[in-house]
Write a protein that binds this ligand. Structure first.
Ligand code: HEM
Length: 453
């Protein structure tokens, strides 16, 4: 794999690629899937610049884990820079290294135990609002419900009580910037942000609004002088290798990064989970049974989550079929070779996770929903690195355990109180933006379970 050669991988040239741009805007994952079917597990396309597509699990491991230092985040993340600044998702090199080291300790067990209280309390609040008018059942748009829910949880976990009355403003502004950044990423060619087009102005106005809310929250916390068990205090109290405190700007960058990376992803996964469970009564019954066996009517504690093994398998199968982040991208820092082909320094390399997760060469009947694939007691024969919803290697998701705990808690508490019924014959299709969204809201009917379950 590491031999030097000048062969270019197969792929389509500039002119043919030009005709793909419209299809790319409609659904880039489908374009990647077609290219893989035609050219195999390493190929190239011009979108509008040369891009290498890497699909094979061994190659993904080689690039993202074994040689991660040879890659930077690169151009695909540039559109997020005004928003994320030097936050963990977009930074590279020394800043990233120091911040990752400092923040890793914040996401260890002792802190996650504290977050469990937030997951439970906020989920209880949400469920109390369902069927609050005393009816037995109700139609819910779970895409909207869980987007709000994950946002509220992230707000509590990262900002503590500092959001105050600005939560709504923040929510709106984050939705605007994500929408505009997504448009810019799929447009492939954009007006520079400093030009005052209506879209640029909307984007920058929303970034300024976010900045105002976040800097005010930082100020309030600094003035109060009282540390809380949240990310904001961890960032303010943490120090760099030189022993200096993070600047307010860097604290702001991390908080905005975590708010965005930490709520849309789990909100979407929860919505897909409920959508799928509404169509698969058999699997929903299994989850409800496990929740009864493990929790016996109590709310989930930090310790009990590890025993919800089947529920976790269901969530993993959701993340395989509907990975919230369906593509990972990098820029090479020096020449490298893969499968006997040379990839020059400065190239964009894309890892279409969403395609590898449904690759028939790696998975039996890949389109089928089968949680048993993730049974930890069964040797599945699954190829390592064929499943990577949280990325791979040093830059994989720092919030993975947080996300599993949050999702397990929510699904368990929903299934304790409600059975979920399908609305319509099928789930909406998945549509990739920066994240994998349903093409229309996921609707379900929630019906109160009787006392005996
Ligand atoms: C279902 C939920 C989630 C999924 C599927 C997910 C997925 C991912 C993926 C694929 C990456 C790697 C991106 C890359 O390599 O370019 C990533 C990175 C990251 N995620 Fe998550 N994530 C989830 C939840 C969360 C949560 C809850 C948080 C915050 C607590 C979070 C914070 C981050 C951060 C800060 C990074 C950047 C890490 C770094 O570069 O060092 N994520 N996530």
């Amino acid at each position: 794999m590491a031999t030097s050669t000048s062969t270019r991988p197969p792929g389509i040239g500039r002119v043919a690629s030009f005709y793909l741009i419209r299809k790319f805007k409609n659904n880039y994952l489908r374009v990647y899937e077609c290219l893989k079917a035609r050219f195999g597990c390493l190929c190239t396309v011009y979108l509008p610049h040369l891009r290498y597509l890497v699909f094979h699990p061994d190659d993904i491991k080689h690039c993202l884990r074994d040689n991660f230092e040879n890659y930077a985040k690169g151009d695909d993340y540039r559109e997020l820079q005004p928003l994320f600044g030097d936050g963990l998702v977009t930074s590279d090199g020394k800043i990233w290294h120091e911040q990752r080291r400092q923040l890793a300790s914040h996401f260890q067990h002792s802190q996650l135990r504290q977050y469990q209280g937030i997951f439970v309390r906020r989920t209880r609040d949400m469920l109390d609002r369902w069927t609050a008018n005393g009816t037995q059942s109700e139609l819910r748009d779970v895409t909207a419900d869980f987007a709000d829910h994950a946002f509220v949880i992230a707000g509590d976990a990262f900002f503590g009580t500092e959001f105050g009355n600005d939560a709504f403003t923040m929510r709106q502004a984050l939705a605007t910037v994500l929408h505009e950044a997504t448009q810019r990423m799929v447009n492939l060619c954009n007006f520079p942000l400093h030009l005052p087009t209506p879209a640029n102005r909307r984007y920058l106005r929303a970034v300024r609004e976010i900045d105002r809310v976040v800097f005010e929250a930082i100020d309030r916390r600094l003035k109060s002088g009282i540390a809380q068990a949240d990310l904001l205090s961890a960032l303010l109290n943490g120090s760099t290798a030189e022993g200096t405190r993070c600047t307010s700007r860097l604290v702001r960058d991390q908080l905005v990064t975590f708010m965005i990376a930490g709520h849309e992803t789990s909100g979407l996964s929860l919505a897909w989970t409920l959508g799928v469970l509404s169509h698969r009564q058999d699997i929903q019954d299994n989850v409800a049974q496990e929740v009864r066996d493990v929790l016996g009517g109590n709310e989930p504690s930090f310790e009990s989550l590890a025993r919800l093994t089947y529920t976790k398998m269901v969530i993993q199968e959701i993340l395989r079929l509907y990975p919230p982040a369906p593509v990972i991208s990098r820029c090479t820092l020096s020449d490298m070779s893969l499968r006997g082909c040379k990839i020059e320094a400065g190239s964009t390399v894309t890892f279409p996770v969403g395609v590898t997760h449904r690759d028939p060469e790696r998975w039996d009947s890949p389109a089928e929903f089968r949680p048993e694939r993730f049974d930890p007691h069964v040797a599945s024969g699954r190829q390592p690195f064929a499943f990577m919803p949280f990325g791979v290697g040093a830059r994989s998701c720092i919030g993975e355990t947080f996300a599993y705990h949050e999702m397990l808690t929510v699904i368990a508490m929903v299934c304790q109180r409600y059975s979920i019924e399908a609305v319509g014959d099928a789930l909406p299709d998945a549509f990739p933006k920066i994240m994998l969204h349903p093409t229309s809201p996921i609707l379900v009917t929630v019906r109160r379970r009787n006392e005996s379950g």
